[in-house]
Design a protein around this ligand. Sequence first.
Ligand SMILES: [Zn+2]
Length: 351
Amino acid sequence: MRGFGFAEHGGLERLQFVDVPEPAPGRGEVRLRLRAAAFNRLDRFTLAGIPGVPVERPHVLGSDGAGVVDRWGEGVSDPPLGTRVLLNPGLWDGTCDACRAGREALCRNYRIVGEHTQGTATALAVVPRRNVHPIPPQLSFEEAAAVPLVFQTAWRALKTIGEVGPGDRVAIVGAGGGVPTAAVQVAKLLGAKVAVVSRSAGKFARSRALGADEVLRFDEEHPLDRALWEWSEKRGVDVVFDSVGAPTLPRSLRAVARGGRVVVIGATAGPLVEVDLRTLFWRQASIRGSTMASAGEFAEVLGHLSAGRLRPVVDSVVPFERAADALARFDAPDLFGKVVVSIPESARGPA
Ligand SMILES: [Zn+2]
């Protein structure tokens, strides 16, 4: 079957259609016939090659996917074939101490579909039965594919790791990516006062439409911490949600109140930072890492999605034949939300 990904690591010029075998579902697994996939920044890192993460090549990219149940593996008897489902790209072993305690995000063998395994930008995908969930009827396949990775990331990072509660002041660094557009909604749902801080004012109206109480621009002359200091009436903010990394994290730390938290879920603009430890101890602040989510957290996201309290944000839907455009779109200054790829029936044919 045809998949979209790469045979050799590198930049966008390495992207190509590849031919991979049709996967067969094993015991406890389900095979999906995919109708839509969505990319994340993670796919760009997987393409480039992540140190210590060997991938099978040719490699199919894509962590997010939605489609219909196509075949059951041994021991599986539901959901009925043809059911519209989305897949949770988080893979855990279910047997280690963390998994047995319901803390699957801390599984010692945690993996992600499309990073550690073949991805969703193809016709068929196999995942454990516990990783497929019915799509709420009001959502299209494209909208469903825009949900799994970013919403579970934002949910765990803000609720569990950031301990965001009603009345907290929360700052989301960055406006347009899939994770920030999910994080604004999650923070509001948790009862926080939310400011989006961005270098570009171009997306402010759309951030407000998602629920942001304030949108703040920063630059070298008016840095992020000063903007947030003013917004918080010189108290500092309770939680900063930072997925940018090197250019913003030192300022994010300076923006927190006493006891505040900086939650790091990615480092899209660079992973190495210098931290002023005096700020850390005097404010009794903390920098906390978070990634993906546990099964229970994912279920909470789906509950809010079904009830319409969380809404997928789709930047654009790109046909499968132009999947390379979807990965290039992450560099576009007007990106807002998820880039989704529609998967045609013909993807099942040879490359
Ligand atoms: Zn485990």
